[in-house]
Design a protein around this ligand. Structure first.
Ligand code: SF4
Ligand code: SF4
Length: 343
């Protein structure tokens, strides 16, 4: 099937067209922080400044805070009121391939033994439009995790910047339907395809940070009890939680009830295994030491998740490196895992 192309000047019209059916989200800056925001109907300046978002698009599917249900108490007991199912159809425009892969990983998590209706309802109603990366950051190491910055099949449409136009690949049937009624769309020529291939290869080669993931799970297993190693690795971490909050594959949440007199609501909100209280229980805290929490973060992604789901829960997006206030670097940790436990 031939790919399509669309002039960059027509992207605004395309987004407006899609807005008739979907709530469209595009990269934008809120207080200087790059995040996905509702399309305002005109501003496409993100096409010039956007490298990747600080807040990953997981926030569209797993909000930072979400009401699970309301409740009321009377003399007969508690009465629950479930929220109206969130069937809003959303279209997320400009997702980078690393973040699209992260959503595919979250899909596995939330479809596991327990199906999470809050996430899955939003996911079922979300269409993803990918935008190839042409200017990866120094901290990106996606190519070591099987991600190509210019390509993705984890989206409905995939766009590649070929100059004045975007080449558009229709990955899914839903993506094909999105383009079917769009105006200003033409068939891509062989020259367009050749240009897109060059752009993708150039992007791939710009990712120079690499890690060796071969056998990483097997290396981490014997290092698990090596407290000396994990203490060294964790020394400068200040347990702020930023790396986990902003990691596109992290999904931990806490649940709280807010109660005023006889009415209340249950909320869930993002939580982080970096916090000392995360595993606090009445009798003990199995991860009181910072080294244990840093170990958990690394091993969950590179050892436990692959054991359970057959895939590393890291896409090499580099956020945890870029945004850590003390320059903690997961690639240095993974590069220095001892071959054998010494403790
Ligand atoms: S962002 Fe850095 S300092 Fe904060 S918890 Fe993560 S590794 Fe530690
Ligand atoms: S662990 Fe770091 S590099 Fe990997 S997906 Fe999370 S934020 Fe990105």
């Amino acid at each position: 099937m031939a790919n399509k192309k669309i002039n960059k000047k027509d992207i605004g019209k395309l987004l407006n067209k899609w807005s008739q059916e979907f709530t469209v989200f595009v990269p934008s800056k809120e207080s200087g922080v790059a995040t996905m925001s509702k399309w305002d109907g005109k501003d496409t300046s993100f096409l010039d400044w956007y490298r990747n978002m600080v807040v990953p698009p997981k926030a569209n599917l797993l909000p930072t805070m979400e009401k699970m249900f309301s409740f009321q108490k009377d003399k007969e007991g508690y009465h629950l009121e479930l929220p109206v199912s969130d069937e809003q159809k959303q279209l997320i425009f400009g997702i980078r391939p690393c973040d699209a892969k992260a959503i595919a990983i979250l899909d596995m998590t939330f479809k596991d033994a327990y199906e999470d209706p809050y996430y899955l309802t939003k996911r079922r109603n979300a269409l993803l439009v990918g935008l190839g990366c042409t200017n990866p950051c120094d901290s990106c190491f996606c190519t070591s995790l099987g991600v190509s910055p210019g390509e993705s099949t984890d989206v409905d449409l995939m766009l590649t910047d070929i100059g004045d136009e975007f080449l558009v690949e229709e990955i899914t049937q839903a993506g094909k339907e999105l383009m079917a009624t769009a105006s200003g769309v033409e068939e891509a020529t062989q020259a367009d395809e050749a240009r897109a291939k060059e752009v993708k290869e150039a992007s791939y080669n710009k990712v120079t940070r690499k890690i060796d993931t071969e056998g990483i799970k097997e290396k981490l297993l014997p290092a698990f009890e090596n407290q000396d190693y994990w203490e060294k690795v964790a020394a400068k971490c200040i347990s702020c939680g930023i790396c986990t909050f902003l990691c596109p594959t992290c999904y931990c949440f806490d649940i709280n009830d807010e109660l005023v007199k006889k009415q209340g609501a249950r909320f869930r909100n993002w939580d982080s295994c970096a916090f000392p209280v995360y595993t606090k229980m009445p009798m003990e805290n199995p991860r009181e030491g910072k080294w244990q929490r840093v170990r958990q973060k690394v091993c969950h992604k590179y050892e436990f998740y692959p054991m359970n789901f057959g895939v590393i829960a890291c896409t090499g997006c580099g956020r945890c490196i870029r945004l850590c206030p003390v320059n903690w670097d997961i690639t240095q940790t993974l590069d220095s895992v001892p071959a054998k436990a010494t403790a």
